[in-house]
Design a binder for this molecule. Sequence first.
Ligand code: BGC
Length: 764
Amino acid sequence: MKSSARLLIFLVFLVFIFSSQTRFDLNKRKTRIDAKVDSLLSLMTLEEKIGQMNQYNGFWDVTGPVPQSGASEKKYEHLKKGWVGSMLNVRGAEEVRKVQEIAVKESRLGIPLLIGFDVIHGYKTLSPIPLAEAASWDLEAIKRSAENAALEASAAGINWTFAPMVDISRDARWGRVMEGAGEDPFLGAQIARARVQGFQGNDLSEKHTIAACAKHLAGYGFAEGGRDYNTVDIGNSTLYNIVFPPFKAAQEAGVRTFMNAFNELNGVPATGSEWLQRDILKKKWGFTGFIVSDWGSIAEMINHGRASNGKEAAAIALQAGSDMDMESYLYVEHLTTLVKEGKVEASLIDDAARRILKVKYELGLFEDPYRYCDKKREDSIIGNDQIREMVLDMAKKSIVLLKNDKNLLPLKKQGLHIGVIGALANDKDSPLGSWRIAAEDSSAISVLEALKDYRASNTITYAKGADLYTNKTSFTNQVKINQNDKSGFSEALKVAKSSDVVIMVLGEVGYQSGEARSRTRLGLPGVQQQLLEAVFQVNSNIILILNNGRPLAITWADKHIPSIVEAWQLGSQSGNAIAEVLYGDYNPSGKLPVSFPRSVGQVPVYYNYKNTGRPSEPAPDVVFWSHYIDEENTPLYPFGYGLSYTEFTYENLQLQVKKSKIEDPLIEASVKVVNTGEYDGKEVVQLYIRDRHASITRPVKELKGFELVSLKKGESQTISFQLDSNTLGFYDNNYEFVVEPGIFDLFIGGSSDTTLATSFEITQ
Ligand code: BGC
């Protein structure tokens, strides 16, 4: 045997020994933790166990309705008594140490606290909003982004993030689409897994990893009319096939916590749903971590009309499986009495406290409660070069090129007079988006700054055109949009006239999407549409950069503006990322994770719709088919869509076999992707299927595979995919996962509207 072969065998052997040793160590650690939790529980009073189930907000960042008065003193007192298991919104190594010290040094058993925080897209150095990151379809990059967020947050004392939000949403009116991975369960599940792995790493007790939280169980993204917190009434088929997959993926990836939801689901508030929390999550999926309520959602069951008072709400939530009460104050207030009165079983309290303590042990908090409270570490990590580079890299990968008709892009590096127009071009705050409580206001690099600093020698002239908003925006303020001031228009037109090319940065204010930011109109807010049309009259060489937290209906712009770049809210390095794309130093490769409507009236519009009995085929002169009389059915830009400066063609779609047996189906498809354009680039190759006839109707297309490939100019690559029972099956109406025999269509391409297709059969 050659020595290289021997070396290879030896290496494989080492990897095997090492990985089985690691597994062995982890199992040993798990058993040790269970024993420790049991022995700690045996020392605890009922009140102390209930205390573990109580989570209080800190004293400055409020991310929900302001707590009741007098709450602060009570919080201190409860901390000392050991009646608090977790705090949220306490941050900074020293601040966390102070709170941790109260719990550890002043309470009877000295149990350390979980310190929770909404690390949604970075802690202080911000990555793009989660929806934008999803547009990268780059699972490695998304995982790294979560890793970096965990690194920064853990350095600031935080050991638990309320992320990822894995709610699927098809409704651009809902402000929280910005927080998720878009409309598709397959992509959503992959991204959920990547984010959980990124936050939690392989070992939760490492200093740079934190516990993750998959939220909001469940259906929150289906609020009626897209109005936040509104009623959700969807069938179980949609729940199982569309809503659950990312939650299930998060569970399979080992997420340590889940958060329930504000909404009711089919008549039952999610927080009080035993079916969701106990039957599905804990029993069926085998979840061993704990569930935290959403902010005040236990008390909100009174408003829902499910509980008549706080005491009843506490009993319902506990029975349903909500282990920790975020800011309702009801567990700590009522559970002891409820147990004493025999109205709730003490074993439920034991179970909840056990789950919470276990996560604390897993985080290593009992070994060292201050492991995340090292000021020196905080100073060296927060905002360091590595983190800044990572968020820049993620920002570039998140950009989607929507249109480039006249090849205005990429820009030449010299000899151009560039007009830059729009308040957002010079806005250092909006690119931070929502959910950035620890970031400094106005700390993003703006487009204008980045263009001025760029290694290019064009002239840049800026005109605002109009203010977009007129008040100081914040997480708790409603933003006031400028609805009619056009005093800056003439200056903008002057700049446009004397420019070779005009870059207009338009869209939403950072806080116009996010929680409680639902909209009924999806056009450009304020006077921006008028500004765009006015500029177009004097210079049509416009590159429109969109900054937004949700899909916008930009039908006019699509028709008239030659180049459109979807730049979302890209975080701290926003301007730099956009400039690199504009100058072609980064060739855009993002694809939409969500469909963009032509008009708000089409919403919900999504690619994996059902065919109906009267399908949406345009049929001239025929009236009775499923359509609108004033708009097309198709979206403006479909899910999976996005251009590049180069071109990709798809050839030679092949199946290894055309038939496969139902017991163990396996279909292998391959396609040749060729970079036929003028630049090196990346393409997201997407595979969709359609199960033509089944016991329940199936969508016209379902994403079942994708791969991000890099191809140099002129290069080609054959990409293969495998479909098996996991990807061919679905949940039927008995909620069993089934694969059914029959014909399937298979599509491959660079967008969900691809027509390159073949078909195969699954046989009995
Ligand atoms: C949101 C959660 C968030 C919590 C804590 C709630 O209003 O719905 O997603 O984690 O506040 O900030």
